[in-house]
Design a protein around this ligand. Structure first.
Ligand code: PMT
Length: 408
């Protein structure tokens, strides 16, 4: 297993001809199992297209600081938190100057400033620009601030000059990052590498007649964020989702369902070889006893009475089928509006699951259809209250909690 497996690498690409080598760099990092999030300056996008880098990285490339849709998905601060290491390659003379000064007026400089992990810079520029005293001062400042400068190499340059200023080769950059990973003394692979994670997400839809149904407010965001985090951690992920309007995260196998009964069938099949199953879905507890075959007609003054029957409890069924076996680790979410912890504790024992993630869905700022969540995790070794954070950041923390229950 590579030391870079499941590592989160932020790759900042600035404007320079060496930017074309970044597709190969990303390809090599991905081959080592790393997750690479590319950030590009507008000048970089003139040398190599964001689309090419998206194709090789498997993640949308980020270019703008003030892109409302991208900021909603993963804001610049969140990007900085996501990364474990930040590599700027190629780092142009202008980028070195701006980073040395602490500028924060584009996405890359903002992330660089906000990122407090290890930073690597691979300069690339004309040899005279590299030798210029101003560049020397900027490099010295960046090194004094803790960055590691890789290269540049010497040789013939795109402009026809000969001398120092070539970006070092992708293989050498990969080697430098591998050395960083080894130096951390943390050569253990992600506990999720090669594991199968099954997640249910979104609402279910229980038909009343051909055009009407019972459902709830779940947007699917929490389940999809967990799926994305599990892929980033190296897992194979099956996401079973009710009707939502979210794109499928890269690398995830998605199964679309409507009713609770269909979700149960899909979950039973997927869990046959699963290591973890997390029931994030807001499953309808009831369905109508009989779905009308024709549209129900309104009758003035006559109340409509629906007979509801209980749906199967999906996660409790999976727990019963698991019996005394250790796999899969089972997790339920508890959506509560009062006595959150008391209800969550009782759900954990009633459903026979290893963990319950309790959230207060009476709050508008967390839980249903919001970007953030605030939960308490109830597990075999106690209860952990986590602060409010984005659903994506929370998902990474949840996986760390659940990993404690994995069997070798
Ligand atoms: O989708 P979002 O908008 O991002 O919102 C996220 C969320 C609020 C839906 C999520 O954080 C959450 O709380 N999910 C659980 C919702 C729920 O139905 O909770 P519950 O307390 O009613 O159910 C407890 C557990 O049993 C859940 O894991 C649920 O998936 C499971 N269940 C419930 C009923 C049923 N018939 N089968 C089940 O498996």
């Amino acid at each position: 297993m590579s030391r870079l497996a499941a590592r989160h690498i932020l790759l900042g690409i600035t404007g320079g001809i060496a930017a074309y080598k970044c597709c190969e760099l990303v390809r090599q990092l991905r081959r080592e199992g790393a997750e690479v999030q590319v950030l590009m300056t507008p000048a970089a996008a003139a040398f190599v297209t964001p689309l090419s880098l998206q194709a090789v990285s498997g993640r949308p490339v980020r270019t703008d600081l003030l892109d409302p849709s991208a900021e909603a998905a993963m804001g610049h601060i969140e990007l900085a938190r996501w990364g474990e290491v930040l590599l700027v390659a190629p780092a142009s003379a202008d980028a070195l100057a701006r980073l040395a000064q602490g500028h924060a007026n584009d996405l890359l400089s903002t992330c660089y400033l906000a990122f407090d992990g290890p930073k690597f810079l691979a300069p690339a520029m004309n040899q005279a620009m590299w030798r210029a005293p101003a560049t020397g001062r900027n490099v010295a400042q960046l090194e004094a601030d803790g960055a590691t400068v890789l290269g540049p190499a010497s040789g013939s340059q795109a402009c026809g000059d000969e001398g120092p200023g070539r970006m070092i080769e992708p293989a050498d950059l990969v080697q430098a990052l591998e050395a960083w990973a080894s130096a951390r003394g943390d050569s253990s692979p992600s506990p999720w590498a090669g594991r199968h994670v099954v997640i249910t997400a979104g609402p279910t839809r229980e038909a009343l007649d051909p055009v009407r149904y019972l459902t709830n407010k779940s947007s699917g965001q929490q389940g999809f964020a967990l799926a994305e985090a599990a892929v980033a951690a190296g897992a194979r992920v099956t996401l079973i989702t009710g009707p939502v309007s979210l794109p499928t995260p890269a690398g995830v196998t998605r199964i679309d369902v409507e009713a609770a009964q269909d979700m149960l069938t899909a979950a039973e099949a997927a869990c046959a070889d699963a290591d973890l199953c997390v029931a994030v879905a807001a499953v309808a507890d009831y369905r109508v006893a009989e779905v009308a075959t024709q549209k129900l007609k309104r009758q003035d003054g006559v109340p409509l009475t629906l007979t509801l029957v209980p749906n199967p409890d999906i996660i409790a069924t999976l727990a019963a089928q698991r019996g005394s076996r250790a796999r899969p680790v089972l997790v339920a979410f508890a959506a509560e509006t009062e006595n959150v912890l008391a209800h969550a504790r009782s759900k954990r024992s009633k459903k026979g699951v290893d963990f319950v993630v309790a959230n207060d869905v009476s709050r508008a700022d967390i839980g249903f259809n919001s970007e953030e969540n605030c939960v308490t995790v109830l597990g075999p070794s106690g209860e952990t209250a986590l602060p409010k954070m984005s659903k994506r950041a929370l998902s990474t923390q949840l996986l760390q909690e659940f990993a404690s229950a994995l069997t070798p």
